[in-house]
Design a protein around this ligand. Structure first.
Ligand code: SAM
Ligand code: SF4
Length: 329
């Protein structure tokens, strides 16, 4: 059992499989891009699976693959199959921008992937291309369709909320849950990506921040019906539109103080660092231990013990280290 110093059980691993991406989202990375890690510095599928085996034996039940864009890494279904075969792993999911999902959805489902989270901030094709710096909304919609047909359910859609960018679409995004059994989750913009100006068509990143409370208030005329209890072990507080097939979730890493109390996760970067808290620069290298053939259990325990009680963004400035794309959001 992995339990941190504050009594929280760690049952969830978020694993970044690559620091590369086929998008350049304004809030996630600078326009000039970043220097990619060389392949030799990236964890192999065998190394990832070995770490997950050890974590699963200690009570980790859920694994999410992320990136960068996880579907740009070659043979991802191979890793899915390896992880799905590990005893104790009950829930295997993927966070993706969905651009390559039409091609891979069936293969991923057959390999043992349970479900997907898809990032989609706008329903306007032109705005979508601006935010992602070149992405195609149409391909993403086809990716969502393919995931549904392949049974990667429930489909969760993550929308980063940004004032002056997509706040005019909150109603339309929320109303997607009327006719679709999707979970639409609004997420607060975090100061972990690109804090410099995003371009003349955008407000400053600081102006773009909008709190979940404000989004909730904006949406309240729609009539939000609370779901019972909290959303499983996840960070979203969930509601439903009356008669709606799907759910609406609110994820407030910055403004909600109970967010950290419910934290049950560790992150693993693509280059093999365990990150106890998304919003702190502290990282513990695990790759040298794996490559030396020694047990990684002490390293996992060290990372769990290093989890802070909560992040310090209310009193300290944002961590200056890696960008979101390099951590795995
Ligand atoms: N490429 C995949 C995707 O976009 O779904 C997975 C990696 S991406 C880093 C994971 C999630 O982090 C996405 O939902 C994205 O919107 C979110 N994200 C990235 N930068 C963010 C930021 N500065 N604040 C809040 N969420 C952010
Ligand atoms: Fe790529 Fe996802 Fe970051 Fe967008 S949010 S740049 S899709 S990693």
């Amino acid at each position: 059992m992995l339990k941190d110093s504050w009594g929280r059980k760690i049952t969830y691993l978020r694993i970044s499989v690559t620091d590369r991406c086929n998008f350049r989202c304004v809030y996630c990375m600078p326009p000039e891009g970043l220097v990619w890690q060389p392949h030799s510095a990236i964890m192999s599928y065998e190394e990832i699976a070995e770490l997950v085996r050890v974590a699963a034996a200690q009570g980790v039940k859920r694994v999410r693959l992320t990136g960068g864009e996880p579907l740009v890494r070659a043979d991802l279904p191979l890793l899915i199959r390896m992880l799905a075969d590990i005893p104790g792993i009950e829930d295997l999911s993927l966070t993706t921008n969905a651009t390559l999902l039409e091609r891979y959805a069936v293969e991923l489902a057959q390999a043992g992937l349970n479900r997907v989270n898809i990032s989609l901030d706008t329903l306007n094709a032109e705005k979508f291309a601006q935010i992602t710096r070149g992405g195609s909304l149409e391909r993403v919609i086809r990716g969502i369709d393919a995931a549904e047909r392949a049974g990667l359910l429930p489909i969760k859609i993550n929308a980063v909320a940004m004032r002056g960018i997509n706040d005019d679409e909150f109603f339309d995004l929320a109303r997607l849950t009327t006719d679709h059994p999707w979970h639409l989750r609004f997420i607060e913009l975090m100061p972990l990506g690109n804090q410099k100006p995003w371009g003349p068509e955008f407000p400053s990143p600081q102006q773009a921040f909008i709190s979940i409370q404000e989004i909730f208030d904006l949406l309240s005329p729609l009539g939000l019906v609370p779901e019972d209890g909290l959303a499983g072990s996840g960070p979203a507080i969930e509601y439903r539109l009356a008669g709606g097939l799907g759910k609406i979730g609110f994820i407030s890493p910055l403004s909600e103080h109970t967010f950290c109390q419910r934290c049950n996760r560790l992150r693993l970067t693509a280059d093999g660092y365990l990150r106890p808290c998304l919003m702190s620069n502290q990282e513990i290298p695990v790759l040298p231990t794996l490559r030396s053939g020694k047990s990684v259990l002490p390293v996992l325990q060290e990372a769990v013990a290093a989890k802070p009680e909560s992040h310090k963004l209310a009193t300290e400035s944002a961590p200056e280290g890696r960008k979101m794309i390099q951590i795995g959001g």
